[in-house]
Design a protein. Structure first.
Length: 290
Protein backbone atom coordinates (compact mmCIF):
# COMPACT_ATOMS: atom_id res chain seq x y z
CA UNK A 1 0.00 0.00 0.00
CA UNK A 2 1.32 3.48 -0.81
CA UNK A 3 2.26 5.67 2.11
CA UNK A 4 -0.17 8.57 2.61
CA UNK A 5 2.92 10.76 3.06
CA UNK A 6 4.41 9.84 -0.32
CA UNK A 7 4.70 12.80 -2.70
CA UNK A 8 4.95 12.00 -6.38
CA UNK A 9 4.86 14.00 -9.61
CA UNK A 10 3.83 12.01 -12.70
CA UNK A 11 4.31 13.13 -16.31
CA UNK A 12 2.87 11.47 -19.43
CA UNK A 13 3.69 13.00 -22.84
CA UNK A 14 4.04 9.97 -25.12
CA UNK A 15 0.85 10.71 -27.12
CA UNK A 16 -0.80 13.84 -28.50
CA UNK A 17 -2.11 14.52 -24.98
CA UNK A 18 -0.13 15.84 -22.03
CA UNK A 19 -1.11 14.45 -18.64
CA UNK A 20 0.41 15.59 -15.34
CA UNK A 21 -0.63 14.67 -11.80
CA UNK A 22 0.45 14.96 -8.18
CA UNK A 23 -0.44 12.34 -5.59
CA UNK A 24 0.73 9.51 -3.37
CA UNK A 25 -0.25 6.62 -5.63
CA UNK A 26 -3.36 5.64 -3.69
CA UNK A 27 -6.47 4.40 -5.46
CA UNK A 28 -8.22 7.67 -4.73
CA UNK A 29 -8.03 10.51 -7.25
CA UNK A 30 -4.75 12.45 -7.52
CA UNK A 31 -4.41 15.53 -5.36
CA UNK A 32 -4.43 17.60 -8.54
CA UNK A 33 -4.04 16.82 -12.22
CA UNK A 34 -3.99 18.37 -15.68
CA UNK A 35 -4.79 17.10 -19.15
CA UNK A 36 -4.21 19.14 -22.30
CA UNK A 37 -2.82 19.19 -25.84
CA UNK A 38 0.55 17.51 -26.28
CA UNK A 39 2.83 16.83 -29.23
CA UNK A 40 4.76 19.99 -30.14
CA UNK A 41 2.97 22.02 -27.47
CA UNK A 42 4.28 19.82 -24.67
CA UNK A 43 7.68 21.51 -24.61
CA UNK A 44 5.99 24.90 -24.16
CA UNK A 45 3.32 24.04 -21.61
CA UNK A 46 4.79 21.27 -19.46
CA UNK A 47 6.90 23.34 -17.05
CA UNK A 48 4.21 26.01 -16.45
CA UNK A 49 1.65 23.25 -15.79
CA UNK A 50 3.96 21.52 -13.30
CA UNK A 51 4.60 24.80 -11.51
CA UNK A 52 0.88 25.51 -11.31
CA UNK A 53 0.04 22.07 -9.92
CA UNK A 54 2.78 22.28 -7.27
CA UNK A 55 1.42 25.66 -6.21
CA UNK A 56 -2.13 24.24 -5.99
CA UNK A 57 -0.94 21.39 -3.80
CA UNK A 58 1.30 23.62 -1.69
CA UNK A 59 4.27 21.37 -2.43
CA UNK A 60 7.87 22.32 -3.08
CA UNK A 61 9.80 20.49 -5.78
CA UNK A 62 12.50 19.40 -3.33
CA UNK A 63 9.82 17.86 -1.09
CA UNK A 64 8.92 15.24 -3.69
CA UNK A 65 9.89 11.61 -3.16
CA UNK A 66 10.20 10.83 -6.86
CA UNK A 67 9.49 12.02 -10.39
CA UNK A 68 7.50 9.49 -12.40
CA UNK A 69 7.38 9.56 -16.20
CA UNK A 70 6.21 7.38 -19.08
CA UNK A 71 9.40 6.42 -20.88
CA UNK A 72 7.78 5.03 -24.02
CA UNK A 73 7.17 3.72 -26.52
CA UNK A 74 5.37 6.67 -28.04
CA UNK A 75 5.91 9.96 -29.80
CA UNK A 76 9.62 10.64 -30.19
CA UNK A 77 9.13 14.35 -29.51
CA UNK A 78 6.97 13.67 -26.47
CA UNK A 79 9.39 11.15 -24.99
CA UNK A 80 12.38 13.44 -25.44
CA UNK A 81 10.44 16.30 -23.86
CA UNK A 82 9.53 14.20 -20.82
CA UNK A 83 13.11 13.01 -20.34
CA UNK A 84 14.55 16.52 -20.64
CA UNK A 85 12.04 18.01 -18.21
CA UNK A 86 12.42 15.18 -15.70
CA UNK A 87 16.21 15.41 -15.80
CA UNK A 88 16.10 19.19 -15.38
CA UNK A 89 13.67 19.00 -12.45
CA UNK A 90 15.62 16.20 -10.78
CA UNK A 91 18.93 18.05 -10.95
CA UNK A 92 17.29 21.35 -10.05
CA UNK A 93 15.95 19.88 -6.81
CA UNK A 94 19.32 18.80 -5.40
CA UNK A 95 19.35 19.24 -1.64
CA UNK A 96 20.80 17.73 1.51
CA UNK A 97 18.10 15.06 1.22
CA UNK A 98 18.74 14.47 -2.48
CA UNK A 99 22.37 15.49 -3.13
CA UNK A 100 22.32 13.89 -6.60
CA UNK A 101 18.85 15.10 -7.46
CA UNK A 102 15.38 13.64 -7.07
CA UNK A 103 14.91 9.93 -7.79
CA UNK A 104 13.37 9.29 -11.20
CA UNK A 105 10.96 6.45 -11.87
CA UNK A 106 10.62 5.41 -15.56
CA UNK A 107 7.49 3.37 -16.31
CA UNK A 108 6.58 1.82 -19.67
CA UNK A 109 3.90 3.78 -21.51
CA UNK A 110 1.94 0.61 -22.30
CA UNK A 111 1.89 -0.35 -18.61
CA UNK A 112 0.31 3.03 -17.89
CA UNK A 113 -2.17 2.39 -20.70
CA UNK A 114 -3.08 -1.01 -19.23
CA UNK A 115 -3.55 0.49 -15.78
CA UNK A 116 -5.72 3.34 -17.11
CA UNK A 117 -7.88 0.85 -18.99
CA UNK A 118 -8.24 -1.27 -15.84
CA UNK A 119 -9.27 1.82 -13.86
CA UNK A 120 -11.86 2.79 -16.47
CA UNK A 121 -13.34 -0.71 -16.42
CA UNK A 122 -13.69 -0.81 -12.64
CA UNK A 123 -15.07 2.76 -12.56
CA UNK A 124 -17.76 1.58 -14.99
CA UNK A 125 -18.67 -1.23 -12.60
CA UNK A 126 -17.25 -3.93 -14.87
CA UNK A 127 -15.22 -6.90 -13.58
CA UNK A 128 -11.46 -6.53 -13.53
CA UNK A 129 -9.93 -8.12 -16.65
CA UNK A 130 -7.46 -10.95 -16.23
CA UNK A 131 -5.56 -10.25 -19.44
CA UNK A 132 -5.03 -6.83 -21.00
CA UNK A 133 -3.67 -6.32 -24.50
CA UNK A 134 -2.51 -2.72 -25.01
CA UNK A 135 -2.65 -1.28 -28.54
CA UNK A 136 -1.26 2.22 -29.09
CA UNK A 137 -1.15 3.85 -32.52
CA UNK A 138 2.47 4.16 -33.66
CA UNK A 139 1.62 5.85 -36.97
CA UNK A 140 3.32 4.70 -40.20
CA UNK A 141 0.87 1.79 -40.46
CA UNK A 142 1.95 0.17 -37.18
CA UNK A 143 0.98 0.00 -33.53
CA UNK A 144 2.79 -0.53 -30.24
CA UNK A 145 1.49 -3.63 -28.49
CA UNK A 146 2.04 -5.09 -25.05
CA UNK A 147 0.44 -7.81 -22.94
CA UNK A 148 -0.26 -7.67 -19.20
CA UNK A 149 -1.73 -10.00 -16.61
CA UNK A 150 -3.90 -8.40 -13.96
CA UNK A 151 -4.56 -9.90 -10.53
CA UNK A 152 -6.13 -8.15 -7.55
CA UNK A 153 -5.31 -4.73 -8.91
CA UNK A 154 -1.66 -5.49 -9.74
CA UNK A 155 -0.22 -5.65 -13.25
CA UNK A 156 2.47 -8.02 -14.46
CA UNK A 157 4.08 -7.72 -17.86
CA UNK A 158 3.42 -10.79 -19.98
CA UNK A 159 5.12 -9.55 -23.14
CA UNK A 160 7.36 -6.50 -23.54
CA UNK A 161 6.26 -3.62 -25.80
CA UNK A 162 6.94 -4.13 -29.50
CA UNK A 163 5.81 -2.93 -32.91
CA UNK A 164 3.09 -4.81 -34.74
CA UNK A 165 1.46 -4.35 -38.13
CA UNK A 166 -2.36 -4.48 -38.12
CA UNK A 167 -2.35 -7.66 -40.19
CA UNK A 168 -0.18 -9.42 -37.61
CA UNK A 169 -2.48 -8.87 -34.63
CA UNK A 170 -3.89 -12.40 -34.49
CA UNK A 171 -0.43 -13.94 -34.57
CA UNK A 172 0.80 -11.55 -31.91
CA UNK A 173 -2.19 -12.36 -29.70
CA UNK A 174 -1.37 -16.06 -29.90
CA UNK A 175 2.29 -15.47 -29.02
CA UNK A 176 1.35 -13.22 -26.11
CA UNK A 177 -0.57 -15.94 -24.28
CA UNK A 178 1.36 -19.21 -24.76
CA UNK A 179 -0.54 -20.83 -21.88
CA UNK A 180 -3.61 -20.88 -24.13
CA UNK A 181 -1.88 -22.08 -27.32
CA UNK A 182 -1.86 -25.72 -28.32
CA UNK A 183 0.69 -27.56 -30.47
CA UNK A 184 -1.15 -26.47 -33.62
CA UNK A 185 -0.81 -22.82 -32.66
CA UNK A 186 -4.53 -22.21 -32.21
CA UNK A 187 -5.89 -20.53 -29.12
CA UNK A 188 -7.44 -23.18 -26.91
CA UNK A 189 -10.32 -23.08 -24.49
CA UNK A 190 -9.45 -21.52 -21.16
CA UNK A 191 -11.15 -19.85 -18.25
CA UNK A 192 -11.47 -16.75 -20.40
CA UNK A 193 -13.18 -18.60 -23.30
CA UNK A 194 -16.18 -16.23 -23.21
CA UNK A 195 -13.91 -13.20 -23.42
CA UNK A 196 -15.01 -11.76 -20.08
CA UNK A 197 -11.44 -11.91 -18.78
CA UNK A 198 -9.86 -10.36 -21.88
CA UNK A 199 -9.56 -6.63 -22.56
CA UNK A 200 -8.22 -4.93 -25.68
CA UNK A 201 -7.26 -1.38 -24.68
CA UNK A 202 -5.90 1.55 -26.65
CA UNK A 203 -6.61 4.08 -29.38
CA UNK A 204 -6.38 1.98 -32.55
CA UNK A 205 -9.90 0.61 -32.96
CA UNK A 206 -11.02 3.39 -35.30
CA UNK A 207 -7.58 3.74 -36.91
CA UNK A 208 -7.39 0.11 -38.07
CA UNK A 209 -11.00 -1.15 -37.99
CA UNK A 210 -10.45 -3.80 -40.67
CA UNK A 211 -7.76 -5.50 -38.59
CA UNK A 212 -10.18 -6.07 -35.72
CA UNK A 213 -13.19 -7.08 -37.80
CA UNK A 214 -11.11 -9.59 -39.77
CA UNK A 215 -8.98 -11.09 -37.02
CA UNK A 216 -10.93 -10.67 -33.79
CA UNK A 217 -14.47 -11.37 -34.96
CA UNK A 218 -14.48 -14.62 -33.00
CA UNK A 219 -13.07 -13.11 -29.83
CA UNK A 220 -15.74 -11.60 -27.57
CA UNK A 221 -13.16 -9.63 -25.61
CA UNK A 222 -14.07 -6.23 -24.27
CA UNK A 223 -12.69 -3.14 -26.00
CA UNK A 224 -11.68 -0.06 -24.01
CA UNK A 225 -10.77 3.23 -25.67
CA UNK A 226 -7.96 4.59 -23.50
CA UNK A 227 -4.69 6.49 -23.42
CA UNK A 228 -1.85 6.32 -20.88
CA UNK A 229 -2.34 8.91 -18.12
CA UNK A 230 -0.45 10.48 -15.25
CA UNK A 231 -2.97 9.12 -12.75
CA UNK A 232 -2.21 5.60 -13.99
CA UNK A 233 1.52 6.29 -13.53
CA UNK A 234 0.82 7.38 -9.95
CA UNK A 235 -1.05 4.13 -9.29
CA UNK A 236 1.89 2.07 -10.59
CA UNK A 237 4.60 4.12 -8.86
CA UNK A 238 4.54 2.81 -5.26
CA UNK A 239 5.11 -0.81 -6.28
CA UNK A 240 7.81 0.22 -8.73
CA UNK A 241 9.53 2.30 -6.06
CA UNK A 242 9.44 -0.50 -3.52
CA UNK A 243 10.82 -2.81 -6.20
CA UNK A 244 13.89 -0.62 -6.68
CA UNK A 245 13.00 0.72 -10.11
CA UNK A 246 14.01 4.33 -9.35
CA UNK A 247 17.09 5.64 -11.18
CA UNK A 248 19.24 8.76 -11.09
CA UNK A 249 18.47 11.67 -13.40
CA UNK A 250 21.08 10.81 -16.03
CA UNK A 251 19.47 7.39 -16.43
CA UNK A 252 16.08 8.87 -17.33
CA UNK A 253 16.11 7.68 -20.93
CA UNK A 254 13.33 7.02 -23.45
CA UNK A 255 12.23 3.61 -24.69
CA UNK A 256 11.71 4.07 -28.41
CA UNK A 257 11.09 0.46 -29.68
CA UNK A 258 11.10 1.89 -33.21
CA UNK A 259 14.62 3.00 -34.12
CA UNK A 260 13.74 4.83 -37.33
CA UNK A 261 11.09 7.43 -38.04
CA UNK A 262 12.29 9.37 -41.09
CA UNK A 263 11.93 7.70 -44.47
CA UNK A 264 13.53 8.43 -47.81
CA UNK A 265 11.36 9.41 -50.77
CA UNK A 266 11.85 5.94 -52.24
CA UNK A 267 10.83 4.27 -48.97
CA UNK A 268 7.70 6.41 -48.70
CA UNK A 269 6.73 5.58 -52.27
CA UNK A 270 7.32 1.87 -51.66
CA UNK A 271 5.13 1.99 -48.56
CA UNK A 272 2.40 3.83 -50.49
CA UNK A 273 2.44 1.21 -53.26
CA UNK A 274 2.23 -1.60 -50.69
CA UNK A 275 -0.74 0.05 -49.00
CA UNK A 276 -2.51 0.53 -52.33
CA UNK A 277 -1.88 -3.11 -53.21
CA UNK A 278 -3.36 -4.27 -49.91
CA UNK A 279 -6.47 -2.14 -50.52
CA UNK A 280 -6.89 -3.51 -54.04
CA UNK A 281 -6.41 -7.17 -53.13
CA UNK A 282 -7.23 -7.88 -49.47
CA UNK A 283 -4.73 -10.32 -48.03
CA UNK A 284 -6.24 -13.45 -46.46
CA UNK A 285 -6.27 -13.24 -42.69
CA UNK A 286 -6.42 -16.22 -40.38
CA UNK A 287 -9.09 -15.41 -37.76
CA UNK A 288 -8.70 -16.51 -34.19
CA UNK A 289 -10.13 -19.99 -33.78
CA UNK A 290 -11.90 -19.92 -30.43
Amino acid sequence: MPSPHLRLLAIETSTDTVSVALGNGAASAPICQHTGPGAAQASLTLLPVIGSLLAQAGWQLAELDALVFARGPGSFTGLRTACAVVQGLAYGARSTRWPEGLPVLPIDTLAALAEEARILQTEAGLPEPRRIATLLDARMGEMYVGAYLCSEGALREQQAPRLCAPGQLAGWWRSAWPDNAGPDGDVKAAASRNGADDLLAGNVFEVYPAAFSAQFSGLPARHQLALPTARALLRLAPAALSGGAAVSAHQALPLYVRDKVAQTTAEREQLRQQQLARLAVPAPVAPLDL
